[in-house]
Design a binder for this molecule. Structure first.
Ligand code: NDP
Length: 309
């Protein structure tokens, strides 16, 4: 009998895989291309080093109410590492044994490493974002004015990365003002003199800086019918637009950027680089070694999904 995909808590309870297992947990998880990326990289590593021959990466559908039980079971069943995606990144922060110093200001973890005591949590999303911006747009966050759209988990990770990399200024817009205010409050101790402000995306103030990098960290654009997270024509000429969404590959925001002849990129490279950094945490193999393979696997997985060759 073939195992269901995605796997569930039921399969985890009866887990018997004897090799080194890794897993991604999410709700929903069916859309995740992380197994394709990680298993391609692991297969390649195994060709050079037999220690990776039995490493496999699995995906599990886990309801948020079941997350503590799932993490406990994964530890008992000797899983070596775990990735967390929506909606688990912030929930896990409060239930794991240890938080890496880099993940503490973000308040969310996307990568867990097994220790004898439990799970140690890391956040590789900021690394993924910075690497993708460099690779796709040739841009660094350092000394760059940033216009960030969104105030959820991904926006928070991006904002912390922007501040830690020394962006010139950070202007954040969000649909729900209360969520924007709580993000601004959380960021205040990390600003260290950098100008951080909030604004209403439906009424951008006229004094926003030109040549900014616009980063979409909202989920507006996942569906074709979603509204634009901001009207780019109402911003002073940006330097480039980055959308964290990668499926669909082209969002209405990216189409608007193309219409204005602005450089733009979607979130696929961010997904790849956060994944390569997670694999580095688990295996000790530097992320730049596995990222090209993971990129090829991610593109192949996306193409097979959309029916293109
Ligand atoms: P959250 O649910 O934590 O936050 C969602 C954000 O989107 C909130 O700011 C919310 O605003 C806003 N939003 C939702 N719907 C709309 C809408 N119709 N119009 C305007 N704003 C809207 O999600 P995450 O922060 O975890 O993820 C955000 C996006 O980033 C997702 O699309 C996710 O796929 C992507 N992502 C990509 C990654 C990558 O590696 N490429 C990594 C992480 C995330 P409000 O406060 O008003 O509800």
């Amino acid at each position: 009998m073939t195992a269901p995909d995605p796997l569930t808590l039921r399969e985890l309870t009866d887990w018997s895989y004897a090799g080194s297992a890794l897993a991604v947990l999410g709700h929903p998880i069916k859309h995740s291309i992380s197994p394709a990326m990680h298993n391609a990289a692991l297969a390649d590593l195994a060709r050079e080093n037999a220690r990776f021959a039995d490493w496999r990466y699995f995906r599990f559908e886990v309801h948020p109410d079941d997350l503590p039980r799932a993490l406990e079971l994964l530890h008992t069943k000797q899983f070596h590492g775990v990735n967390l995606t929506v909606p688990h990144k912030m929930l896990a922060f409060d239930v794991i044994a240890e938080i890496d110093a880099g993940a503490r200001p973000v308040g969310a973890v996307n990568t867990l490493l097994r220790t004898d005591q439990g799970w140690r949590g890391f956040n590789t999303d900021g690394y993924g974002l910075a690497s993708a911006l460099k690779e796709n747009l040739g841009l660094a966050l350092t000394d760059r004015p940033i216009i960030l759209l969104g105030a959820g988990g991904a926006a928070r990770g991006a904002a912390v990365e922007c501040l830690q990399q020394g962006c010139r200024s950070l202007a954040i817009a969000n649909r729900t003002p209360a969520n924007l205010q709580s993000l601004l409050l959380a960021l205040a101790p990390l600003a260290h003199g950098i100008d951080v402000r909030g604004f209403d995306p439906s009424a951008p103030p006229p004094d926003l800086p030109a040549s900014s990098l616009v980063i979409n960290a909202t989920s507006a654009g996942l569906r074709e019918t979603d509204p634009l997270p901001v009207d780019l024509r109402r911003l002073p000429q940006p330097a480039a637009v980055f959308d964290m969404i990668y499926n669909p590959a082209t969002t209405p925001l990216l189409r608007a950027a193309a219409a204005q002849r602005l450089p733009y990129a979607n979130g696929l490279a961010m997904l790849v680089h956060q994944g390569a950094k997670a694999l580095e945490i688990w295996t000790g193999i530097p992320a730049p070694r596995t990222a090209p393979l993971m990129t090829a696997a991610a593109h192949a997985a996306m193409a097979s999904r959309t029916g293109h060759s």
